[in-house]
Design a binder for this molecule. Structure first.
Ligand code: HEC
Length: 211
């Protein structure tokens, strides 16, 4: 689970907003598609708070990732940029000061590159719902929220953009140095073979519920 530490700059926000918009996280599908699993169903006000915080945190992550990826790709190409997607776990915001206290986030997927990003049971249920929609006729939910007694789990889908194909597309197209680097760091890599627009996974934002 990541902690949030430094807010990304304005330029990064723009990139992130673009990525996230392309990801469909801003569409208007109502949050809370899954029933509350614990006591204390969320009020409308709490739902709004969690949705707002979740969207902000997910945007900040995508902003940071997008900006850093582009800079690293330009500077050194995919091999250098591998460290960016690897270190995306780096802190993003300064908890209390930025209003992100009690918020943590991670990325997960049913085809992880890093086994540390493998889904837990709750994640699997959300991924299954989104994947069924992505491969069927339904629209992928823009947001899903699972409530338990003390934590709200906010999920935003992530889709494959052009830049992602450099490292998550057809491995036959990877340069040998990139393929070698990925083999070395991720012997169990499952995160290749994606096409533009594919559903890739989710950003999960855990938000402490307020009594
Ligand atoms: C330069 C290579 C590179 C690019 C470009 C890249 N990734 Fe990654 N991606 C990686 C690496 C390396 C990891 C493993 C990170 C880790 O160790 O946690 C990863 C992990 C992920 C994960 C976490 C789940 C997992 O598989 O471990 C997601 C989600 C993800 N990438 C999505 C994307 C998206 C979306 C894009 C485009 C916006 C993108 N990546 C672009 C290299 C890349």
């Amino acid at each position: 689970m990541l902690n949030l530490h430094k807010l990304p700059g304005t330029a990064a926000c723009v990139v992130g907003a673009m990525l996230l918009a392309a990801c469909g996280a801003e569409d208007s599908v109502p949050a809370g598609d899954l029933p509350p699993s614990g006591v204390g169903a969320p009020s409308a006000a709490e739902r709004a708070r969690v949705t707002g915080l979740g969207e902000q945190a997910a945007s900040a992550l995508m902003a940071s990732l997008g900006a850093q990826l582009m800079a690293a790709m330009e500077a050194g190409g995919p091999v250098e940029a591998v460290a960016v997607c690897r270190n995306v776990a780096l802190p993003l915001t300064d908890g209390a000061a930025s209003g992100f206290e009690g918020v943590s986030l991670r990325r997960t997927t049913s085809k992880p590159r890093n086994p540390a990003n493998a889904p837990d049971e709750r994640d699997l249920a959300v991924l299954a719902t989104m994947e069924a929609a992505a491969t069927g006729d339904d629209e992928v939910p823009g947001v899903m929220i699972e409530w338990d007694d003390t934590v709200a789990h906010f999920y935003a889908p992530v889709f494959v953009q052009q830049v992602c194909l450099n490292c998550h597309g057809d491995p036959g197209g990877f340069s040998e140095p990139l393929a070698e680097k990925l083999r070395e760091l991720y012997p169990d890599d499952q995160a290749t073979g994606y096409a533009l627009g594919d559903f890739r996974g989710v950003i999960r934002v855990d938000i402490d519920r307020q009594p």
